[in-house]
Design a protein around this ligand. Structure first.
Ligand SMILES: Cc1cc2nc3c(=O)[nH]c(=O)nc-3n(C[C@H](O)[C@H](O)[C@H](O)COP(=O)(O)OP(=O)(O)OC[C@H]3O[C@@H](n4cnc5c(N)ncnc54)[C@H](O)[C@@H]3O)c2cc1C
Length: 388
């Protein structure tokens, strides 16, 4: 098994975590990424304790401790009055309970740290400008073909190529993902001009009919990341970087509380983006022969539980553990799919339900609720100890 060569398609958060976990298991890993250079969009990411366990497993514990923001509490607020509908403490009791921190961080920081760790293990592991086009299996080998005409042969291939996964399409077809009727605005602004609006907690979600507005600090409270998710089919463009304007966002959030509006209004020109949300129904199986899927390629989900990347981090760590624990590649892939499918399907389906709850026509009905992640026990999962 130590001689096995793994081909990873996609150098996103999931693909790089899987690469590190497989390198830790002693395998040779080559990553193929369509982009000409590595990078992530300017946006924040919530790293819940279950995700922290996975990042710690691949060696990023010290990095997260140094660069992650730790919001000691979060609140859900009424969109008009600003009333706290429910409150979640995330301090030392929380750490004692789950054994790992809850962080919020810039996506580009985590992505950069993962890529640097992969390259520290193997400087030639990541091949940029390689767009996966096809895969064939013959005997015990897999051969990937790229649109630049190059081919590479290995022992196993994992598609980590996101919501529009070409690997998934090759394995199972199914066409493009489903537009969910939800669209997103996102921005990152300087914290200093909006400090008075970051109350009562460093992390908060404001809830209105058909819309939520989430904001939290990143980069040691020097920046504020915000995301507005609204039920609308006004546009269906995908991609993280479609420009939007403050006026456009205010036409959707103009009746929201002054604190939310002040943060939106502080966004400089060119720093506000929008995109439409897509997901897919759960797959009945992920693996065909020596080819499998991971992260959004396997289970793209709505962001209402903040668990999409977390599921990819968990997948990656568990994939590494499965290779470590198995005598053959077939056994490792079977263990991986068995360990991960039920949990990710549960989170995918509950992310849809959570969206309906959050965007209820009567936000007051959320008074006294428990946050979805706590209610579902999502933080109890520890990749280091769960059975594989
Ligand atoms: C509004 C919003 C907020 C979110 N907030 C959170 C959060 O707070 N916490 C959380 O855990 N999750 C969050 N998520 C979800 C999270 O962003 C995704 O689940 C995560 O980025 C998926 O990682 P991935 O590596 O599977 O896919 P991706 O990040 O999409 O990476 C796929 C990679 O594959 C490459 N690629 C694509 N096609 C090919 C090809 N043919 N050949 C080669 N390479 C290819 C891409 O360029 C990319 O680098 C959020 C999502 C949204 C929409």
């Amino acid at each position: 098994m130590k001689n096995a060569h793994v081909l990873i398609i996609g150098a996103g958060l999931g693909g790089l975590t899987a690469t590190l976990a497989l390198q830790k298991a002693g395998l040779k890993v080559t990553v193929f990424e369509t982009a000409p250079q590595l990078g992530e969009v300017g946006a924040g990411l919530t790293i819940s304790p279950n995700a922290t366990h996975a990042l710690e497993y691949v060696g990023l514990g010290p990095y997260m401790a140094q660069y992650g923001d730790r919001p000691e509490a979060a609140a859900s607020l009424h969109y008009q009055t600003g009333e706290v509908l429910y409150y979640t403490q995330r301090d030392s009791d929380f750490r004692a309970k789950y054994g790992a921190e809850y962080y919020q961080i810039h996506r580009a920081d985590v992505h950069g740290a993962l890529a640097a760790a992969v390259r520290a293990n193997d400087p030639n592991a990541i091949h940029l400008s390689h767009t996966f086009a096809d895969v064939t299996q013959a005997g015990d080998t897999v051969t990937a073909t790229f649109s630049n005409g190059k081919t590479y042969t290995g022992d196993v291939l994992i598609g980590c190529d996101g919501v529009r996964s070409a690997v998934r399409e090759k394995l199972f077809g199914g066409g493009p993902p489903r537009f969910t009727g939800q669209s997103v605005f996102r921005g990152v602004v300087d914290a200093a001009p909006v400090l008075e609006h970051m109350i009562p907690t460093p992390s908060a979600t404001t809830m209105g009919p058909g819309r939520i507005f989430t904001r939290y600090y990143i980069r040691k409270r020097t920046l504020v990341n915000f995301v507005g998710i609204a039920r609308t089919d006004a546009w269906k463009e995908e991609g993280w970087s479609i420009p939007a304007t403050v006026d456009e966002m205010l036409s959707v959030y103009g009746d929201f509380h002054k604190h939310a509006q002040a943060i939106i209004k502080s966004t400089p020109p060119g720093k506000l983006f929008k995109w439409a949300l897509f997901d897919r129904n759960p797959l009945p199986q992920w693996t065909v022969g020596r080819v499998s899927l991971l992260g959004d390629a396997a289970h793209p989900m709505l962001p209402f539980l903040g668990m999409g990347a977390a599921m990819g981090f968990e997948d990656g760590a568990i994939l590494g553990r499965c290779f470590e624990a198995s005598a053959t590649i077939d056994e490792a892939l079977a263990r991986y799919e068995k360990a991960r499918k039920e949990r990710t399907t549960m989170v995918l389906l509950n992310s849809r339900k959570q969206g309906e709850l959050y965007q209820s026509n009567d936000p007051v009905s959320m008074r006294g609720q428990t946050s979805g992640e706590l209610r579902l026990g999502l933080f109890d999962y520890n990749v280091k100890t769960v059975a594989v």
